[in-house]
Design a protein around this ligand. Structure first.
Ligand SMILES: [Zn+2]
Length: 261
């Protein structure tokens, strides 16, 4: 059952200037009324950042924010249009440390639950044949979330895109590391050891998984924030870029420096 839209908030994003139209639905107002803060955040994904508008139980605009670490008592609802980027996940909710972030096109029917003590991931899947793989990747996602603790909505949504694009692949021993860096992707700057990169570039034609193109890509994003370095036209490209950077990290060519958000 689709929830009725009661208000349409139109506003200009203070970060990128994009005009955004955010639907406030009946179920969001109910969520605001029962949340500890009396507010619900309605979010729109803008690639490297997220626009969040807070509304109260009456649907009144109570403030706009871009980039914000999720706080206890915070309920963020993402515009369902975000789901069009995804292949397997048809709706989701992540809750941890008293906050929750969710995106559903209507009232979810069957939810797959993955939990690790406190962090909880609930997913509605388009294809139940992917359930086992979704649980495995979802578990790595939660392991990373437990370590990182407090991501901002943009880092969290980027990580959900990675989760969705990973489900079609077999589980990987590097999954938790991948989510760990994506959940901090706005706070990490890519460092490249130029000497090591030059050496690797020379050997690249002889290494099966490597190409000079990949080494050149890593060198080209030197000094960038990780989120800007990996953003691409679709989730598979984002995943490929992040995995390239991580494989070079394991070989000592790339490192990360943590900076303030
Ligand atoms: Zn924006």
């Amino acid at each position: 059952m689709a929830a009725r839209t009661v208000r349409l908030l139109k506003l200009k994003c203070p970060q990128c200037g994009r005009e955004s139209a955010l639907q406030v639905r009946e179920d969001s107002l109910a969520a605001a009324s029962t949340s500890p803060t009396g507010l619900v955040g309605i979010a729109d994904y803008h690639g490297d950042h997220v626009l969040v508008v807070y509304v109260d139980g009456e649907g009144r605009d109570r403030g706009v924010r871009v980039f914000r670490a999720l706080q206890r008592g915070e309920v963020i609802r993402v515009n369902p249009a975000y789901l069009t980027y995804m292949n397997v996940i048809a709706g989701f909710r992540v809750s941890f440390g008293g906050w929750s972030l969710e995106c559903f096109p209507g009232s979810p029917r069957t939810l797959l639950r993955v939990t690790r003590g406190e962090p909880l991931l609930e997913m509605e899947l388009r294809n139940l044949e992917r359930a086992a793989s979704s649980v495995e990747w979802g578990d790595s996602f939660l392991a990373a979330l437990s370590r990182v603790g407090q991501p901002d909505p943009g880092e969290l949504l980027l990580s959900i895109l990675l989760l969705d694009s990973s489900i079609q692949f077999p589980p990987s021993p590097f999954a938790t590391r991948m989510f760990e860096v994506s959940l901090k992707s706005r706070r990490l700057v890519v460092k490249v050891d130029s000497g090591a990169a030059e050496l690797l570039r020379e050997y690249a034609p002889r290494i099966p998984w490597l190409s000079t193109r990949l080494v050149d890509y890593a060198v080209s994003v030197k000094g960038w924030r990780l989120v800007d370095a990996v953003l691409g036209p679709d989730p598979l490209t984002i995943r490929e870029r992040l995995l390239t950077i991580l494989s070079l990290e394991r070989r000592g060519v790339v490192g990360f420096e943590e900076v303030g958000a």
